[in-house]
Design a protein around this ligand. Structure first.
Ligand code: ZN
Length: 160
């Protein structure tokens, strides 16, 4: 999970929502990815998709080796959970929980789609993973507030 957090921070440096993921096979990190949605303007450019695609390329197979694990800093969305099932990820660990229980992670993991089940464990280094996101979004809110105040004072000056 530490490696996934490092990947998330790489995204953060590029102004992306900081979400990172790594694929681990036999205790080795084989690929990593971070959210690149803003940069690529692709709805599918999630950290997990990046990491899974890279791992498949590395193994030359859409089916990841038995025992493949996916670590991601935030509970995956249905698309990424689907990709993990499709790539036959055996175990998925995530850090922060998606808010308000909007995620279908558990339902999908258990649904026996493709005759494959992925074991899921949430809350791994949850504090660190969710702090990354909270700090990012409060930074954005702060910026928006400053921008608003700046515009307000510009407007006032214009009226004088
Ligand atoms: Zn996703």
């Amino acid at each position: 999970m530490r490696a996934a957090i490092r990947a998330a921070k790489r995204g953060l440096c590029q102004g992306e929502v900081p979400i990172g993921a790594v694929v681990v096979v036999e205790d080795k990190v084989v690929s990593s990815g971070y959210n690149r949605r803003a940069k690529l303007q692709l709805a599918s450019a999630h950290a997990e998709m990046m990491a899974i695609d890279k791992a498949c390329k590395a193994f030359g197979s859409w089916r990841l080796p038995e025992g493949a694990e996916l670590y991601v800093t935030l509970e995956p969305c249905p698309m990424c959970m689907g990709a993990a099932l499709n790539a036959r990820v055996d175990k998925l660990y995530f850090g922060a929980y998606e808010q308000k229980g909007r995620s279908l992670t558990a339902a999908l993991a258990d649904s026996n789609l493709l005759n494959h089940k992925t074991e899921v464990q949430g809350g791994v280094l949850e504090g660190e993973c969710s702090a990354l996101l909270t700090e990012f979004f409060s930074g954005l809110r702060q910026k928006a507030k400053e921008e608003k105040e700046r515009k307000k004072s510009d407007g006032k000056n214009g009226a004088e």
